[in-house]
Write a protein that binds this ligand. Sequence first.
Ligand code: GDP
Ligand code: GDP
Length: 452
Amino acid sequence: MGGWVELREPDVAVEEPTGPQPVVAVVGRPNVGKSTLVNRIIGRRQAVVEDIPGVTRDRVPYDAQWNGRAFTVVDTGGWEPDAKDRAAAIAAQAETAVLTADVVLFVVDAMVGSTDVDEAAVKMLRRSAKPVILVANKADNTAVEMEATSLWSLGLGEPFPVSALHGRGSGDLLDSILAALPEAPTIVEDRPRGPRRVALVGRPNVGKSSLLNRFSGEERAVVDSVAGTTVDPVDSLVDIGGQTWQLVDTAGLRKRVGKASGTEYYASLRTAGAIEAAEVAVVLLDSSEPISEQDQRILSMVTEAGRALVIAFNKWDLVDADRRYYLDKEIDRELRRIPWAIRLNLSAMTGRAVDKLAPALNKALASWEQRVPTAQLNQWLTALVQATPHPVRGGRAPRILFATQAGVAPPRFVLFTTGPLDAGYQRFVERKLREEFGYEGSPIEISVRPRK
Ligand code: GDP
Ligand code: GDP
């Protein structure tokens, strides 16, 4: 058993976020204080996207959170100030906002009271089934706050007096925004500190136990309890590259029960279980043999489970120039769908490149947990769809309105669109997203939310 450490506490499920963040759209006439309000809501956490001359600044989304709830605020910014028909312009703007929003904040200037432009927008808003919160902004003092009660006449219910500039009433407003949001997952807590969970998987005889033994040999400091961590008895804590890692379900590898008594079916269940329990998987391949269907199945288990992935081409000591030639061809053909996986050529026997494993795992995990701020994501996306719009199908082309990153581990993106996207275009967006933001070693998911 060497230096293996076994802890006996039960494993705990790690909560993962699901689904896209709810969207709050801010609508209203120019100068009522929408941008000021958005800044107040996001707490100036992010730099507000600068105006690009000639481009209408509409639908700029920002990440926001309040009381542990995460949501996206869409500043519907300005419309052409010289639009001839203002009422029509604001109605159109409101309509677009309503398309993608879960909640609409309709902002009115309480110092001015309601105008006919406001009333035109209200008609539009009321036709939608979306919840609308009426914000009476610029209620800097009690006198204006009293005035604001006259906004009941808009027929949107109770006006919410706030002063976006001074912060007055903004906490209450945020509370009521949360109350109006659909039930949704809360912000992901930081993952508990402790060793990262790694699955060491591969078909029989690729060298899993040999690799494991190598780390066991290198093990220096044995950790027998790490605060906030629970380690399954079948797991092992090992030192790889000066860092402690939790190798999940190594009991079988150590005792070799899998090999002695396990059917292929049993082995595959066990592999699936280990992948499920891990954050990152190291899939070992035998470089001296062709990439097999069984190898492919294991790789698919990892991508389908949404885990970070490092492919270790083991037994590299057996690879000569001839084999190298065919292996390169096999890689091109068999691993085409996962070009993002991190690949290492190593040898558990000689120790070649084994020191590259820890950096590869860390890189894959960093990608797996990478979060792109919404403003940055949309700046990139706007440029992308402008340069390469969706192809026209039957005289129409769906438009991407904006995107948010709905979650991490693995990174999940939601594209809000005016209709379903071509599979080809979606792949194009994914490829470009990877080119821009990396995600080496991690699968990413992109889903499309067409307007209802
Ligand atoms: P937008 O065009 O609706 O985005 O409006 P802005 O956020 O750009 O605000 C327009 C003007 O109103 C700016 O000069 C703001 O400083 C001012 N303003 C915004 N909120 C308030 C407020 O709560 N009280 C007062 N007195 N002025 C405000
Ligand atoms: P497992 O079934 O995946 O756990 O594979 P093992 O670790 O039991 O290894 C299967 C066989 O491959 C054993 O005979 C090992 O000595 C051999 N082996 C493992 N790693 C290497 C390697 O890097 N190079 C070579 N030449 N043989 C290896």
